[in-house]
Design a protein around this ligand. Structure first.
Ligand code: HSE
Length: 436
């Protein structure tokens, strides 16, 4: 029986999950891959993590770079994280003719153009299914299952931590801070949770999804990113009153020859499927021009769900022959000479509905003043209510939903609204999407 020999770098949560899935599902994997998938070497800075592994016949290194010198290794699995050492390590492995499998979305979103080029030049492949939405095989969907389609848009809940926080704020009326603490205790927040709550983890994943969906270069710097750190519980409560839920969505949409790439809190109708993705679960909706709307749901984090994606990439490599792998299934879905650098729209040029919360002195004429500012920009109101946040308050929250309009128009209207005397705070503005 031939063996695919693997060098595993990093025995954190996903590294350990990968070790366990390879071991526990070894028989099933051989039946599918036609080869054994065997971890023959492990690199991990903390040696005790390695010595704890049961039935361990692998060679140990403290320095991951040493794995690249082991000539029998066919594939290196990079689960170290970060983007400084990991970048040098992955490039070195590819240059030495080893395939690489990684869950490192930050690394690929930042340096993917260089990494995929190096892989192609060295006739090896980079598997990264685990980098986006954990156990959901969304990259394979884009690369293979939906390859006949021209993709119109993708919208995803691609960060479990933020989804947990928003779901719990809505379900239990708890604050952002309390929900974040719970997410950290459950262990699905990143080591540095700012990547999750400020939207960067989703932005990394969105850059990869967009590249695969539209055949564009990885364009992380052009993703509009707005996290949930400043989201007030009131937005969640008021959205519910209007028949919406607030979700942090990553949205990539084709607009003629341009793209929208954005991560932000978004109101979506409460009866759509995506609005009912709760807790730390992930979901990605893809609209293709032939297939229509499709939805993929599952665990976006955790040891074995993420390892499921890592090991699937290993099985793909075990099944393929090296030459065929490169020529028939490009890692980023499009043939590399067909990848374009599509223009990414800035927020003023992006059309959507909007949610506005405007805190005002509760007195005659203020509503007329606000709607005048909107109508001056030709913005039509779709729904409206007014709510005293605190009892006997002289102030009130005016909450409005608009029909679709351009970002520029709403931001011009907001500038005028801010100059109304009875408006006492900068208005809160969120986008609304129907996901149809
Ligand atoms: N921290 C991420 C999340 C998991 O909360 O979804 C890994 O991408």
């Amino acid at each position: 029986m031939t063996v695919l020999k693997v060098g595993l770098a990093g025995l954190g949560t996903v590294g350990l999950g990968t070790w366990n899935v390879c071991k526990n599902n070894a028989e099933e994997i051989v039946r599918k891959a036609g080869k054994k998938v065997k971890i023959i070497a492990v690199a991990e800075a903390e040696k005790n993590k390695f010595t704890c592994l049961e039935k361990n016949e692998a060679i140990y290194f403290s320095d991951a770079m040493k794995l690249t010198d082991v000539s029998e290794i066919d594939v290196i699995v990079e689960l170290i994280g970060g983007d400084t050492f990991a970048r040098a390590f992955v490039i070195e492995a590819l240059k030495k003719g080893k395939h690489v499998v990684t869950a490192n979305k930050a690394l690929l979103a930042k340096y993917g153009n260089e990494i995929f080029k190096t892989a192609e030049e060295n006739n090896v492949t980079v598997g990264f299914e685990a980098a986006v939405a954990g156990g959901i095989p969304i990259l394979k969907v884009l690369r293979e299952g939906l390859t006949a389609n021209r993709i119109d848009w993708i919208a995803g809940i691609i960060n479990g931590t933020t989804n947990y926080i928003l779901s719990e704020m809505e379900a239990r009326g708890i604050t952002f801070e309390k929900a974040l603490k719970e997410a950290q205790d459950f262990g699905f927040a990143e080591a540095d949770p700012t990547l999750d709550i400020e939207g960067y983890d989703s932005a990394h994943k969105l850059a990869l999804l967009a590249s695969m969906a539209f055949g564009t270069k990885l364009n992380l710097d052009k993703v509009l990113v707005d996290g949930i750190t400043n989201l007030d519980l009131r937005e969640v409560i008021y959205a519910k009153k209007l028949g919406y839920r607030v979700k942090s969505l990553g949205i990539a949409r084709r607009r003629n020859s341009n793209l929208e790439l954005r991560v932000h809190s978004t109101l979506i109708p409460e009866n759509c499927l995506m609005a009912n993705v709760n807790g730390a679960m992930n979901a990605v909706q893809v609209k293709g021009n032939a297939v229509g709307n499709t939805l993929y749901y599952g665990q976006g984090a955790g040891a074995e769900p993420t390892a499921s994606a890592v090991v699937a990439d290993l099985v793909d490599i075990a099944r393929g022959d090296r030459k065929k792998m490169i020529t028939s299934i490009p890692a980023l879905s499009f043939q590399s000479d067909q990848v374009k650098d599509l223009n990414v729209l800035e927020h003023l040029s992006i059309e959507s509905g909007f949610y506005l919360r405007i805190r005002v002195l509760d007195q005659a004429g203020v509503l007329a003043d606000i709607t005048r500012c909107l109508s001056n920009e030709n913005i039509s109101v779709d729904a409206f209510f007014q709510k005293n946040h605190l009892k006997d308050d002289i102030y009130t929250d005016v909450v409005l939903l608009t029909h679709k309009c351009m970002g520029k128009d709403i931001f011009d209207a907001i500038e005028s609204i801010k100059s109304i005397k009875s408006v006492i705070e900068d208005p809160i503005v969120l986008r609304v999407e129907s996901l149809e």
